[in-house]
Design a binder for this molecule. Structure first.
Ligand code: TTP
Ligand code: MG
Length: 359
């Protein structure tokens, strides 16, 4: 198989950096982008100055305020972030059209062949970062590798303003040293199970044969066997459309009280509807996800003939789905709602993993 040159770019403290750029008085200060700190909202992101106080994404804003009372709290300005995202995307296309955006602030690029005829992917990553800085006045971090998931981990390794290259020669050692929970396709549940089997790193995982892994993990075992050997054959897919829009919340404290769970669901429905309205996609399937305090996770879905076109529909059927769970009987750690079966999304057999995997 031909070796690819893949770059993963991720903007640094994205929403917070845009705020610091647009409001110079915020620069050098702890900035928290999220909801009202006196409500039960959560932090979208925090500036690096705020992260020093232990503030991070998804933390309740009330807690962020306790950790750093003098932080500047601002509401997100999505139109500003979307505009930056559009500019960054234009920069990417100066180099290649094989761009797969993952969210407003990150994307994969395949630069094996590129519009500038540059052979070194590292060189391209440096130029892209420079162009992003010129155009948006913002810093980003890049990861360069021959496969997607290593490139993604690499971009996070030297943030902010980082550039990390993992060459194909270095990949084997890199994967052997990688903590097991960082592997693509290994979520919290599998990570726990792996650790209970004594698998803490890629190296530990390699000691297991494929059939042993299948015995422990079912068909996902083959996937784990391959991924630890760097077999990630996913291509950069420029036309990939999103499969779902969702919102979820992990509670600061697990919730048993039924009315409280329903109240939380209403808040999540608000956020979800806001996201649906901001995107151009409409969907026909509503899915509820519930994670109990022992990490058991279940989903319940309902599909409609027509597109889900109001928050009321989400609320009504969200409640119905939640009624069919053990809410009120078991403590709940997380709930989430998502809409899938999207109008703008094509059925994506091709985007699915070549290996089936669970979690
Ligand atoms: P990330 O790239 O995960 O975070 P970041 O860019 O703020 O920081 P980093 O330097 O570590 O990359 O997410 C990009 C943006 O997405 C982030 O600025 C805000 C938004 N976001 C949320 O709204 N909620 C979340 O839980 C997360 C993780 C991100
Ligand atoms: Mg980012």
């Amino acid at each position: 198989m031909r070796l690819r040159k893949i770059i993963h770019i991720d903007m640094d403290a994205f929403y917070a950096s845009v705020e610091q750029r647009d409001f110079p008085e915020f620069r050098g200060k702890p900035v928290v982008v999220g909801g009202d700190p006196d409500s039960r909202s959560v932090v979208c992101t925090a500036s690096y100055e705020a992260r020093k106080y232990g503030i991070h994404s998804a933390m309740p804003t009330s807690k962020a305020k306790r950790l750093c009372p003098h932080a500047i709290f601002v509401f997100p300005r999505f139109s500003a972030y979307k505009e930056v995202s559009r500019q960054v995307n234009e920069v990417f296309h100066e180099f290649t059209d094989l761009v797969e955006p993952l969210s407003l602030d990150e994307a994969y690029l395949d630069v094996t062949e590129n519009k500038k005829g540059i052979t070194s992917a590292t060189h391209i990553a440096r130029e892209i970062k420079q162009r992003i800085l010129e155009v948006t006045k913002l810093t980003s971090s890049a990861g360069v590798a021959a496969i997607k998931f290593i490139a993604k981990i690499a971009s996070g390794m030297n943030k902010p303003n980082g550039l990390t290259v993992i060459t194909p020669e270095e990949a084997e050692k890199f994967l052997e040293e990688l903590a097991i929970g960082k592997f693509y396709g290994i979520g919290e549940v599998t990570e726990k199970k792996m650790i209970s089997l004594g698998i803490k790193t890629g190296k530990d995982l390699k000691h297991f044969t494929q059939s042993e892994l299948i015995r422990h993990f079912g068909k996902s075992g083959s996937f784990y066997y391959n991924i630890v050997r760097g077999h990630d054959f996913r291509e950069v897919e420029p036309y990939r459309t999103r499969k779902s829009i969702g919102a979820e919340n992990t509670f600061a404290v697990d919730i048993l009280d039924k009315p409280s769970v329903f109240a939380e669901l209403d808040d999540i429905a608000d956020v979800l509807w806001d996201r649906v309205e901001r995107s151009d996609a409409k969907g026909k399937t509503l899915t509820l996800k519930v994670k109990y305090d022992d990490f058991e996770s279940i989903t319940r879905s309902i599909s409609f003939k027509n597109f889900i076109d109001s928050k009321e529909t989400i609320l009504k059927f969200g409640h119905k789905l939640l009624t069919g769970t053990e809410a009120g009987k078991r403590k709940i750690r997380l709930i989430g709602l998502s809409i899938s079966n999207l109008q703008s999304g094509e059925e994506e057999e091709s985007a699915q993993l070549r290996f089936a995997f669970g979690d």
